[in-house]
Design a protein around this ligand. Sequence first.
Ligand SMILES: [Zn+2]
Length: 385
Amino acid sequence: MLLIELTGVQSHTGKSSCSKCDQIGDYKERRVCFSKQIKNLRTDLSFKNRNDRSHHITPFKFRESILESGNFKMVSQFPLDPMHLVDLGVCKMLLQLLIKKSNINVSKINEKITFLSNLVPSEFGRICRSLDDINIWKATEFRQFLLYIGIFVLKDCVSGDHYYHFLLLHAGIRLLSCKKSYSSEANVAQQILEEFVDLFGNIYGDHLVNYNIHGLLHLTECTKLYGPLDNFSAYKFENHMQFLKKLINKLNKILQQLHLRLEERNSADFSCNKISKINSFNIDYKKEKDSYCFSKKLGPIKVIGMAGESGSAIVSAHCFFCVESYFQEPLESSTGLGILLANKLDPQLFKIEKDYIVYKYFSIPHEGKFLLIPILHHLFHEFSN
Ligand SMILES: [Zn+2]
């Protein structure tokens, strides 16, 4: 609500609410829905000139909002937020519809989620809760399901058409989330997301193509301005809220308390001294869940020992005999997303420098093989099979 007043535009339930194009929604079955195409793109100038006055709420149809008067570029500087749009929006709705409208095997899916609980790499908090609790899942649980475990959990528990449709969302969002692929594979991601939106209407009904589903069509354009999805997601702000909450001791004069505590920390030079952990990850060969990695020299490996200082450590590891794609459509998972189905380990032991390890996997035992899913926040490196 606050953002609406700051920007002066319609909320996501309005017919002219798309902040990126001037498509006017329809009212069907008591909800606003959009077509599956992008209409004329809004620009900072068209916003300023009020080319589409229906997009603006009263009294901002004829005057600037507080942010606009602060010289913000009201279209290009307001990217769509992937946390609310994709995780809490599209992914939540998709799973709720799957439960409600298809012959989904909920108990089998819950069993699979429980099975994964001890396999979650230390980079994640914990596995998401069961589908019975989906209405109270947090955004990070939807994110984990969409980007990592959903491809395993839903396989053989939903129809082939529903599974393929989920893979479209998984692949499109993974391509745009990955530092390596968001730019080079932007066109592929856009095509995949367009197919997802198109099929969404066919499978679940055109009246359910809402603001969030339509918004997927504009995500690729946002990444061209701001980089991979995490760069402009609300997660970092939500996480910072935890820090701010810890500074509050009582419920009145909250802003004053925050101001004083932050001033104290600044004067004591507490601020911003933490060493960045971007691109760092934990390899712990004693824990199965933290020992599967990708090495520039050897490909996918299982680390079984380590010696030496962290910077120049020598790692003992087994390679995998052969790897294949986990899925072939909508794109080859091995070359497009780095997601592999690996066969047995080579008994030969290799020794390499730890620096050759470039990313880590979320590893899931699967029918005698290993499903290896790259952990996205490590990825700068090209995929290889
Ligand atoms: Zn639009």
